[in-house]
Design a binder for this molecule. Sequence first.
Ligand code: SF4
Length: 446
Amino acid sequence: MALTGIQIFKLLPKTNCKECGVPTCLAFAMNLASGKAELDSCPYVSDEAREQLAEASAPPIRPVPIGKGVRGFTVGGETVMYRHEKTFYNATAFAAVVASDISDADLEKKLKVWNAFQFERVGLNLRPQMAALKDVNGDAAAFAKAAKTIAETSEFNLVLMSDNADVMKAGVEACASKRPLIYAATDANADEYGAIAKDNELPLAVKADSIEGLVALTEKLTGMGLKDLVIDSGSREVKQALEDQVAIRRAALKNGNRSVGFPTIAFPCEMASNLDMETLIAGMFVAKYAGIVVLSDFTGESIFPLLLERLNIFTDPQRPMTVTEGIYEINNPDENSPVLVTTNFALTYFIVSGEIEGSRVPSWLLIKDSEGLSVMTAWAAGKFAGDDVGVFVKKCGVADKIKHQDIIIPGYAAAIAGDMEEELPGWKITVGPREAAHIPAFLKAL
Ligand code: SF4
């Protein structure tokens, strides 16, 4: 059971030396209790206290790193049931199944197609992370060969799926350096699969036929010294699988049940008979609460909406996504190019910059810090007021880059034009379109 801040405080040195980065041991204790600090930040905790605190201050759901490289990721580490309570931290990873009897040519083709599913949104590269290599015939050599090909010729990380220990060992040997997830330890093979995971220091999925079954298995495996576990309650019926996800999260967070304090893996690919239904079920598991979602394949019409949903669910609701205040050059502008100004809400920036780029009109885009608010909201909240924007235009240095004194403001902020003129004497303030979609035509008509 997790300790409270006061209980943790009693175990700290109480010297208030500030070396942990906060002014007092009490503040550090509170941060530790809420998962905002690491115990290692205090160099003066006694060994005895460290032992007690390490256990008590561990996150209720263990963060488990999986894979390597640009598609490596961490799952788990969540601290709340509902996103609006704080935030969700580690985004659900997407995997798609590859059968181990796939031909070399088909595997190469599949990986190439999958690799193309990368989407730029708000400055992020959205992409799936894993191939779930499934042993379909007990052929260890074929399994290992496919694992090696995926590990060495693609960015994708792996879930190795087999209930045959010899096949699993061959697969692990072929791609251990990529830190694959071993799927899965069960009642029947927990000792053997636990040993494979321990010997190779790899994360291990644990599958049972109920949550109760999981508890017994995770306790056995953690007793063997394994920590990086991913759990599967075994249900392939949608309602029960959802109930299991919620019950597992609740037991870990509300009841402090460490036996289920691990990220989960879900299999929509085994719950639906068509792509639409599979995608819907996968979407449900992104929201509640799968760490890894395994699909039957990656297709554009399925993975794109899932990636966008994931982006929304795992964005901190307390902090709008922003871009840095400054001058952005689009389409190689020169001293005669138009100047536009807008707010630093990431979505605003990416929509406006995208439209300007699409217009092919070389332009200067000024991004004014509005604390991440969109144009109308920022204007209403006084974060995009005419005098502030005027001061920003003067200070940002755009005047040194252009020969004219014309600036285009967003249509939704037309009311700031008067104050801007006062702050920028000699400048011509032009009210641009309200909708970003109209920017290309507006720029071309200048
Ligand atoms: Fe207290 Fe340790 Fe922080 Fe110093 S470093 S203030 S002893 S918690």
